[in-house]
Design a protein around this ligand. Sequence first.
Ligand code: BES
Ligand code: MN
Ligand code: ZN
Length: 538
Amino acid sequence: MRDLRLFEGCPAPARPPPGSKNRESEARDTIGLVTDVTLSSKNPTAVKAEALVVATAQTSDGVAVVSDLLPTDLLTQLETLAPQLGVTGARDEVRRIPAGSKLAADVLVLTGLGERAEDGTFTTETLRRAAGAATRELAGLKSAAIALPASDDAEITAVTEGALLGAYAFNRYRSTGKDAGKDAKNGKDPVAALEILTPLHKNAKAKVAAERAEIVAAAVHAARDLVNTAPNELYPATFADAAKAAAKDVKQVKVTVLDDKQLASGGYGGLTAVGQGSTRGPRLVKVAYTPAKPAAKVALVGKGITFDSGGISIKPAAGMEAMKSDMAGAAAVLSTVVAAAKLNLPVAVTGYLCLAENMPGGNAQRPADVITIYGGKTVEVLNTDAEGRIVMADGLVSAVEDGHDVVLDIATLTGAQMVALGTRTSAVMGTDEVRDEVKAAADATGELFWPMPLPEELKSNIKSKVADVANSGPRWGGMLNAGLFLKTFVGDHPWAHLDIAGPAFNEGGAHGYTPGGGTGVGVRTLLSFLEGRASATK
Ligand code: BES
Ligand code: MN
Ligand code: ZN
């Protein structure tokens, strides 16, 4: 299978001590997909794998095993014994039981789909989640087969994507001494090989769907890896290196980097101001994918604060470690551009990674500073912890100047996003059509986004007494204030702003195909948006 690893050249992982047993798995730990996928039409009873995954569902009178292909007596037995097995068929429920003599696999894994939708089917997102919940439980295994509903390309996409999204681990910092791996969940590699069982295994569209799912999952994994990488290793300069490495062997993708000196002399006052409190200077990285005869031209601007301490308006210590994830927008953008190229989408896409570390060093910007954003607008910095919108302003002006049809930006921008929508639903704001197009793209790929307004009246919230605009305002409507601030720098250009503050980093337990830590949210929605532009203009 093709090598889908995106970030081979990422900063070197912490090396296991010489002679430790995991040294040989070091190569596989390089960032990317470790799970091999094949489509197969084998009968589930006959697949020789360590585990066979089958779906269960909740019905009005109990539990149903969702399979036409398992022997009826086995189905009846499972459905009758469901209460004793503790199986309810609920979403996110995964149970493992011995496969018994009727199956060639060693273990049967039952993954819950919940209740059927009103039309009697399961949504593709339900399938995606159930597949991912199952593969999360398969870590450490060599082989598994998945027998979930997969009888058209949408279902194959969902099952393959979900399975691969769940087959993720970030183990590069774990030492490999004698106690390593004792914890059943931690330190294990994802399942090595997956067979997706489908009657369409030879169908050309099904194969394309599976290959696309692999590229998408690799892109999401790469974004998660960047988010999970410790901020002492991932800072603006090494993020720029990671971008170059990711694009290295990808045709038609070019990376250009502006370093701190070039940013200062080029008038990028936002990145310069936020970055000046750190010894590790800011970068603006452009990642451009330019296919021949593009049907559309799209800019993606990503917030890449590799660590957000708040700066002089410093954050409280409790929970500050999560602020290594403040570059999740830039990670999503980088992964999306590389994946768009790997998918040969007929759309030109330029990513703008706005990279800086927000630190309270001796040269840090102060509350009351007035800075000049690229293009000339001035900002009064009232709160150095509202740094994301400042670096994004440089990126947005630059993107608008470059003349794209549409500009999307994605950022872990406000705590207020979580107050409004919780930690699983992202927000989208912007010009009406583009905002709705993003929402539709998210719906199509199963990511949760919700539209939010940008009321003109609230513009008074970010009025400055001394400059064109202030970088912070009253607490109420904090997400909208930030959105309105960004709007100042895009004018009337077709645009949408995606605030992923909560969903980008999962501080709770894993669920569905979503692991703890970096989630890679946004990659699928951005890709789906690009695919929409590609087909709309064909
Ligand atoms: N990176 C944070 C937003 C954030 C908070 C993301 C929690 C993920 C989890 C952003 O830079 C920030 O600090 N925003 C401030 C803005 C305020 C000072 C106007 C906020 O939301 O509190
Ligand atoms: Mn901040
Ligand atoms: Zn921030």
